[in-house]
Design a protein around this ligand. Structure first.
Ligand code: SAM
Length: 212
């Protein structure tokens, strides 16, 4: 993602009622944040939030938390959420590495990863959001029958992810190398910002769903 410095973004994020500034205080109590017992789904690396905003709008009976490490893009998601007056969505500015400090065991119903950074160098493999090190974290926060859904157009990252699923002791529920031409998996698909951009360039979109 091309990141421009947005002056004042960090302060505006901190001041927004949609941001959870001390997310570790919500661990095990996210339902209190939303004031209901609805399931909680998260997107890690949500960028400007096109995908999670649409999901939240379409599913008012599900609660969503968007996680993003950079203020310059997160601020755009927050502005849009305010504009659309969406009630079932909160944001955290953090590195997902610390996700287990923020959600209790089994507190999350589903995890979305979209067009995650590829970290092409081998020595950075454990930073990839679909590495077995991240699946260990997901194993903690995700409820027993919860799933991880991952989309990308990056062949190498997708191949790596397909291999990490069994390596981490997880199962592949479904996968496709060409989501937009897979009638079953594409049903109800919500395009992310990167997905729109890369599919317009002719890149096939890959998707996998993993469970334990
Ligand atoms: N998901 C969006 C989409 O599909 O349009 C944005 C994709 S962009 C390539 C990846 C985003 O993930 C960036 O905004 C980046 O800052 C964020 N990101 C990458 N690693 C992260 C991490 N460890 N924790 C939180 N956010 C992360």
């Amino acid at each position: 993602m091309r990141l421009r410095n947005v002056p004042g973004a960090r302060e505006a994020i901190q001041e927004s009622h949609l941001t959870v500034n001390k997310p570790q205080d919500n661990k095990g109590k996210w339902n209190q944040e939303f004031g209901n017992e609805n399931p909680i789904r998260i997107e890690i690396g949500m960028g400007k939030g096109k995908f999670i905003l649409q999901l939240a709008k379409e599913n008012p009976n599900i609660n969503y938390v968007g996680i993003e490490k950079y203020s310059s893009v997160l601020i755009r998601a927050i502005e849009k959420c305010q504009e659309l007056d969406i009630k079932n969505l909160r944001f955290i500015r953090m590195d997902a590495e610390y996700i287990c400090d923020v959600f209790a065991k089994g507190e999350v119903d589903r995890i979305y990863l979209n067009f995650s950074d590829p970290w092409p160098k081998d020595r950075h493999a454990k930073r990839r959001l679909t590495s077995k090190q991240f699946f260990e974290r997901y194993d903690f926060i995700l409820k027993k029958d919860g799933v991880v859904e991952f989309k990308t157009d990056n062949d190498l990252l997708f191949q790596f992810s397909l291999e990490q699923v069994p390596e981490a002791g997880w199962k592949l529920v479904q996968s496709t190398w060409d989501l937009h031409n897979d009638e079953e998996m594409n049903q109800g698909n919500i395009m992310t910002e990167y997905e729109s951009k890369f599919s317009a360039m002719g890149n096939p979109i890959h998707k996998l769903i993993a469970s334990r």
